[in-house]
Design a protein around this ligand. Structure first.
Ligand code: TXA
Ligand code: MG
Length: 327
């Protein structure tokens, strides 16, 4: 008989971080907080560890991973920076921006982590625990969001335990994440940087520091591996999500936004508001936790009120659209 032991969750103090680094260096899997969402970390230079990570997540193999480094100098050992990439790194690191760049010739990151591509996605997270963990492990950490593939991203340690408990070695808990949506991904592979995924840094902030507007991905409409990370139902809850709702139908739960109470709200199975004051930063921070909670309400569907598209609203609408895509 096998006895399943639940994954340990440790408050992310210095002792826990040292223990986590030891596990990572030995090829284990540790969930840790970043400013965006919790990541599931593995030693990016250890192909076997990265393979276990894909297995724990149930992630399609063609979806490459983001490599997390402690500082820009560490990133320069992995990726080649052109002028635009250097500008973006100087402006937004540490912070919720991931850059897709050509790999260096002697890049130590395992091929499986980049899915065999000659490009690599790197970022410097803005979280003291993430920073300390990378330093203590002494190597780049690959870290997808710490959820099962196709589930919403975790913004609290309890979400990680619910999704990945028993499949990983340790969870470092530092409370809820500040940003709440994943990093913005920009590829700098040609002359004009391209926005691959909206996220924690708004498009306008990026365009402020660049000489020209961001380009759109060539395959923005295609939902295949040629647009990595753009799997249509990547962020889906189990309950059907109805977008742009201006009223609540019978047996629906309500994902509200702003001060307006729509017709039918009083009969809703459950109601959560992303931001009663219509603050998009607060809404981003609440998005995944609210989706998770409403998913458990036993509703026929989740009615999501419209969210404006400016600032972080672009990322919020992107995640809602993916969550609403039937699988
Ligand atoms: O905020 C975040 O970015 C979080 C935290 C944990 O850092 N991580 C995260 O990782 O969202 P993940 O694996 O859930 O999403 C990584 C995205 C995927 O959409 C993947 O396809 C894309 O990055 N990606 C990775 N390497 C790439 C590459 N070489 N070219 C294009 N896209 C790439
Ligand atoms: Mg993810």
């Amino acid at each position: 008989m096998t006895v399943e032991i639940a994954t340990r969750t440790m408050h992310a103090d210095a002792k826990a971080i040292a223990e986590a680094a030891r596990i990572l260096r030995a090829g284990g899997l540790v969930a840790f907080p970043t400013e965006t969402v919790y990541g599931l970390g593995a030693d990016g230079t250890n192909a076997a560890a990265v393979a276990r990570l894909y297995a724990a997540k149930g992630r399609p193999k063609f979806n490459p991973l983001i490599v997390h480094v402690a500082d820009p100098a560490m990133a320069q050992g992995l990726a080649k920076f052109d002028a635009a990439a250097s500008t973006l790194a100087a402006a937004f690191w540490p912070g919720p921006l991931t850059l897709v760049l050509p790999k260096t010739d002697d890049c130590p990151v395992a091929e499986i982590a980049t899915a065999g591509l000659d490009t690599i996605a790197v970022r410097v997270p803005d979280h003291p625990v993430a920073h300390a963990l990378i330093e203590a492990a002494g190597r780049p950490l690959v870290a997808p969001s710490a959820n099962r593939s196709g589930h919403v991203s975790p913004t609290a340690a309890a979400h990680v335990a619910a999704d990945l408990g028993r499949r990983i070695d340790l969870i470092l808990d530092a409370g809820p994440t500040r940003v709440g949506v994943e990093s913005t991904i920009v590829s700098c592979l040609s002359d004009d940087p391209v926005l691959l995924r909206p996220g924690g840094v708004a498009r306008a902030a990026i365009e402020d520091v660049l000489p020209a507007p961001l380009g759109e991905p060539a395959s923005a409409q295609a939902n295949g591996p040629q647009a990595p990370g753009m799997l249509p139902s990547h962020y889906a809850p189990i309950t059907r999500l109805r977008l742009g709702a201006t009223r609540v139908e019978p047996h629906e739960a309500l994902l509200a936004f702003g001060p307006t109470v729509p017709p039918g709200a009083a009969q809703a199975v459950a109601v959560l508001n992303l931001s009663p004051s219509a603050d998009l930063v607060e809404a981003a921070a609440n998005l995944f936790a609210h989706l998770r909670a409403l998913d458990r309400a036993g509703a026929r569907a989740i009615a999501a009120m419209p969210v404006p598209r400016d600032g972080l609203g672009e990322a919020i609408n992107d995640r809602l659209a993916r969550a609403a895509t039937p699988r």
